[in-house]
Ligand binder design. Structure first.
Ligand SMILES: NC(=O)c1ccc[n+]([C@@H]2O[C@H](COP(=O)([O-])OP(=O)(O)OC[C@H]3O[C@@H](n4cnc5c(N)ncnc54)[C@H](O)[C@@H]3O)[C@@H](O)[C@H]2O)c1
Length: 499
């Protein structure tokens, strides 16, 4: 370890370490959200000798992490937290103290799309990252490894480095690494325990390599060496944005094909199967539906398009922007399909919305396609009865009453009822729309549902998860995405071009 003599005020001589410690003993995570909470729980679980302190500015979030009802739902997360909490996993509001004590700091704060100023609606808002960096610089008395875990535009680490350099105390030299997180909500614990790869980007210098080695050792407790990929910082940052853009692109691609299927009589499930069995393409992420949501895909693809524009690459920006446009088109198309099928009006008609989270096995509603389907139906005057197994009532109302979703929040209160069970949600409705692929929707008693709905009862399966043949036999009028179901020619909204 290198040492340097530093003159402190009052002319006292003080020994200050310049380099980072080679072994990680205490971790501070800034941001106790969907990434910080589960990631640190797994680190604590797999590395009992490392103390992990997860911090957040939100007292409420920290209280929840310290309670029996965790702030996020993830399969198996409860058990892991219960095992480690109080042993080597702690949750605290005291961000500064945790930074001081740690020798490795994970920045896992949110990087939402900017809602103001330059890059509004597209660029990532890095104000929380910057604040975290300034706090680290201000309170640190030793050199630390600072790990950028949040998803950021390329070269964001440079801003962190500059802030740290300009504000640190004498003799301190932090190392900044990029270590993007690839977990997927709903399978976060599985993904963290068995990642496809761990990516670590760092400075191509001896100090940078030491920092990379220290972080690699942490993951090395449970991830095979060959799965830990190291590279330069900018490649690592761009890899994360690229991976999300590629995944979103596959969904938009199959959704674009679904529109062609509806117009021609082809079946998107069959096409996806045929395409996906090509080993060069693979079968994952080829499920047509009402579009992608979540906190990452929309934000990160927008962020990539903005980056391209900033780099004066307008053709590249337009290419990636089309993925977002196709996603918007798909959500709108589904809502239009509902209106057209229900004799061109849903005004005052009751519609059950099954599922509100952006995908199954999470309570996260950020950018959920269900929000936009509800928005369009509310604009048409429909009365919605909404049920989701993991999203609480206030959260649903909060999403629907946001100014960008509704101009008249009072009207939303009049038109929306949140229900505790799917059977309550379908009571007296004209139609049922599946907006999230929760497994429990496949198992419902559709004969009972049929009897409780007004006739003719419509089912719109926006996730292609239901047994359409069985539903038709019961007597439902069934519509879905990317295929024509045999039925009386009362409504074939996209079927008029080729017969
Ligand atoms: N959610 C995902 O599935 C996922 C997956 C991979 C990567 N990411 C990326 O990880 C980052 C975090 O995402 P998330 O979903 O966990 O966000 P989140 O909103 O759930 O959590 C972020 C937390 O950071 C806290 N925070 C903000 N500024 C802070 C500060 N200065 N000090 C302490 N706490 C602070 C917030 O209060 C919030 O609780 C984002 O950049 C996101 O793009 C998310």
């Amino acid at each position: 370890m290198k040492v340097v003599l530093v003159f402190q005020p009052k002319n006292t001589l003080h020994l200050e370490t310049m380099s980072i410690e080679k072994k990680v003993r205490k971790i501070c995570c800034i941001g106790a959200g969907y990434v910080g909470g589960p990631t640190c729980s797994i680190i604590a679980y797999k590395c009992p000798e490392i103390q992990v302190m997860v911090t957040d500015v939100s007292q409420e979030r920290i209280n929840q992490w310290n309670s029996d009802k965790l702030p996020i739902y993830e399969p198996d997360l409860d058990d892991i937290v219960k095992e480690c909490r109080g042993r080597n996993l702690f949750f605290s509001i005291d961000v500064e103290q945790a930074i001081k004590e740690a020798n490795l700091i994970l920045i896992s704060v949110n990087t939402p799309t900017k809602t103001y100023g330059m890059g509004k609606g597209r660029a990532a808002d890095l104000k929380y990252i910057e604040l975290a960096a300034r706090t680290i610089a201000r309170v640190s008395d030793q050199s630390k490894i600072v790990v950028e875990k949040s998803t950021v535009p390329v070269k964001a680490a440079e801003s962190i480095i500059n802030i740290l350099k300009a504000n640190v105390k004498p003799g301190i030299r932090h190392q900044v690494l990029s270590n993007p997180e690839f977990l997927s909500e709903g399978t976060a614990i599985r993904d963290l325990l068995n990642p496809d790869r761990v990516l670590i980007g760092g400075e191509q210098s001896p100090d940078g390599q030491e920092a990379i080695a220290a972080l690699s050792d942490v993951y090395g407790h449970w991830v095979k060496k060959e799965k830990i990929i190291t590279m330069n910082t900018w490649s690592s940052e761009l890899s994360k944005l690229s991976a999300n853009a590629f995944l979103a692109q596959r969904i938009s691609s199959i959704n674009a094909i679904s529109a062609i299927c509806e117009a021609t009589g082809a079946d998107v499930t069959e096409v996806a199967h045929a395409v996906g069995t090509d080993t060069r393409i693979g079968s994952k992420f080829l499920q047509a539906g009402i579009g992608f949501g979540g906190s990452c895909f929309v934000k990160d693809v927008l962020n990539l398009t903005y980056l391209c524009e900033s780099l004066n690459l307008p053709e590249v920006a337009a290419y990636w922007q089309q993925i977002i446009d196709m996603n918007e088109y798909q959500k709108r198309r589904f809502a239009d399909q509902i209106v057209k099928c229900m004799f061109n009006t849903v005004s005052n008609k009751k519609i059950a919305i099954l599922g509100f989270s952006f995908k199954k096995n999470t309570g996260d509603t950020r950018e959920s396609p269900a929000i936009y389907v509800c928005k369009y139906l509310l604009e048409e005057g429909a009365k919605l009865q909404i049920y989701d197994p993991k999203v609480n009532h206030d959260q649903i109302m909060w999403e629907l009453m946001k100014p960008e979703i509704s101009e008249n929040p009072e009207r939303v209160k009049e038109l929306v009822e949140i229900c505790d069970s799917p059977y309550h949600a379908i009571e007296g409705t004209h139609a049922l729309a599946v907006c999230t692929e929760w497994d429990e929707f496949k198992e419902l008693d559709y004969k009972t549902i049929y009897n409780k709905m007004l006739k003719p009862p419509f089912i719109f399966d926006g996730r292609l998860i239901l047994d359409h043949k069985m539903l038709q036999e019961i007597g439902f009028h069934v519509e879905t995405i990317g295929k024509r179901l045999s039925r009386p020619p009362v409504c074939r909204p996209y079927a008029n071009s080729v017969q």
